[in-house]
Design a protein around this ligand. Structure first.
Ligand SMILES: Cc1cc2nc3c(=O)[nH]c(=O)nc-3n(C[C@H](O)[C@H](O)[C@H](O)COP(=O)(O)O)c2cc1C
Ligand code: SF4
Length: 505
């Protein structure tokens, strides 16, 4: 008998370690022949800790499990969720990037290879650099870190740059509110990211890679470091990647967790040991990045998607999706929602289908008021925009952005004036301070929203004007995109601003 208990930090925060401990004790006491495997999470966070028991006829789920439930689970008298892979939330997904997450032992390279791992890298090794880059371009993959920039074009720029040293830098800063896909894959299937970075290295001619990981992710840091060590020992990394005669090695670097250090140039400064301040572009990091050398900076999910593209072929990946948004999107459903978790699906579902259909509406049972999509710089989408399909251009047309595909759901008790104030305050706190519209503008923004709340009749126009200045004059998207949540709150939920004003009058 095999028993799976996730070691993912969402599951351990909900008590998975205690459950595993009691399971081990009970198994020993009862003399049961069973092996406990600490897997990643399946992503159904409302069911965590989700224990799966495989008695040879599929993995049967129990969750959320407490230590007190363990005896009944082992007796076979506890009520189960049935086969985990048949739970509709899981069964209806298209799992490409997350195909192995929650299924395998994250640090077992043989388990990884038995589930399709290394097939992509093996194929890439037989290809030329230009062919590798073309494969990524043909897949239609766009950066999953926020900007949606075509990954193939970025890789081509680095591949064609002449330099004695090039780098692959993985952006694992994951600072956006409501996002956890990067952490989840690093904890649940770390070799996928390593494989993706190795393919990127072969593609652009980079022999060194770095994962920039925030200190708030100690479990992901631990798992990634252990995985890199194993990959090196087994010849997946090093001077002769899988016997190819080509070199690629990498290491994990820990950042202190400033939001702005997720911005790629600020990240590069931090990685070089400097203060995390944004650099002006040009030069692009693709030409002058880490230590001034051509550098691919890609998000975790972008890089972790590369192996499946090479395993199944660019066309297979590109066949999923909508318009110019090809492949799958790894939606992270969070906030006040009944079924929170990670849901990987082809681009194209509507926002309403995601929030109400998949997420099951609010956890409180009250009506949904707004969904903030794309982290703290994303717009608050009202219910009237729920027919917007999840796609980069489709969201853009409707005043929103997908960003890293995190969704935070709010019910009708949310005060959107306070949400707008929070957006400005967040920008003020997290600003790197390099440019005036962001550094000063965000502080003035908080004050101006307080004036609206106090009933100042001219303050809303002033806020609109300030947002225009921040949008046009900021050096990076922290100052440039803060107007999205602020202005969406003001324009889509005018009552929340009017009520405050009337109350003051
Ligand atoms: C303030 C700010 C924070 C950001 N944070 C992240 C982050 O945590 N993770 C990430 O991958 N990209 C983040 N980005 C986007 C990166 O600058 C960059 O576009 C991305 O790493 C490129 O990788 P991709 O093309 O694979 O998306 C941030 C951007 C800004 C302006
Ligand atoms: S917009 Fe803000 S975070 Fe970005 S460079 Fe300017 S001051 Fe720094």
């Amino acid at each position: 008998m095999k028993i799976y208990v996730p070691m993912d930090s969402a599951a351990t925060a909900l008590g998975a370690d205690e459950v595993a401990e009691v399971l081990a004790r009970e198994i020993a006491a009862r003399g049961i022949d069973a092996q406990i495997i600490r897997n990643g999470t399946r992503g159904m966070i409302w069911l965590e800790p989700l224990v799966e028991i495989d008695r040879g006829d599929g993995r049967i789920g129990y969750g959320p499990v407490t230590p007190a439930d363990v005896p009944a689970i082992l007796d076979g008298s506890a009520e189960s969720l049935g086969r985990v892979e048949e739970i509709p939330f899981f069964a209806n997904q298209t799992r490409l990037t997350f195909a192995r997450c929650g299924v395998i032992d994250p640090l077992d390279l043989d388990d990884y290879a038995a589930h399709g791992g290394l097939a992509g890298l093996t194929r890439a090794i037989a290809m030329s650099s230009a062919e590798i880059v073309q494969e990524v371009a043909d897949s239609g993959l766009r950066g999953r870190g926020g900007a949606g920039f075509p990954t193939g074009i970025k890789w081509k720029t680095v591949a064609e740059a002449a330099a004695d040293q090039k780098y692959i830098v993985c952006n694992a800063d994951e600072g956006d509110s409501g996002t956890f896909a990067d952490r989840m894959i690093m904890e649940g299937d770390p070799f996928t990211l390593i494989e993706g970075m190795a393919i990127a290295g072969l593609g652009v001619g980079a022999t060194r890679g770095y994962v920039y990981l925030r200190s708030e992710y100690p479990d992901a840091i631990r798992v990634m470091r252990a995985a890199v060590k194993i990959a090196r020992q087994r010849g997946m990394l090093g001077a002769d990647v899988l016997g190819s005669g080509r070199a690629f090695d990498m290491e994990i670097r820990q950042g202190a967790g400033a939001y702005v250090c997720g911005e790629e140039t600020s990240l590069l400064n931090s990685l070089e040991g400097k203060r995390g301040v944004v650099r002006a572009k040009p030069p692009l990091p693709a030409l002058e990045g880490f230590l001034g050398k051509p550098t691919v900076v890609n998000n975790v999910i972008s890089l972790a998607t590369v192996p499946v593209i090479f395993e199944k072929g660019a066309k297979h990946y590109a066949d999923f999706g909508l318009g110019r948004s090809r492949g799958t999107v790894t939606l992270q459903i969070a906030g006040n929602v009944k079924h929170g978790g990670l849901y990987e699906t082809a681009f194209g579902l509507t926002l309403g289908e995601v929030v109400n259909g998949i997420g099951g509406g609010t956890a409180t049972g009250r009506p949904v008021k707004a969904v903030q999509v794309g982290g703290p710089l994303g717009a608050y989408m009202p219910v009237s925009k729920f027919d917007t399909p999840v796609g980069y251009e489709e969201f853009d047309k409707n005043g929103g952005l997908i960003g890293h595909a995190g969704l935070v759901v709010f019910d009708d008790s949310a005060d959107m004036l306070q949400m707008a104030r929070f957006a400005m305050e967040f920008c003020a706190v997290e600003s790197c301070g390099k440019c005036t519209p962001c550094r000063i503008g965000a502080v003035r923004g908080v004050e101006t929203i307080d004036r609206i709340a106090a009933g100042d009749p001219g303050a809303a126009d002033l806020l609109t004007d300030l947002c225009e200045t921040m949008k046009d004059g900021s050096l990076c998207a922290l100052g440039g995109f803060t107007p999205f949540p602020v202005m969406s709150a003001l324009t889509q939920f005018p009552d929340d601003f009017a009520c405050q004003k009337e109350a003051a009058e």
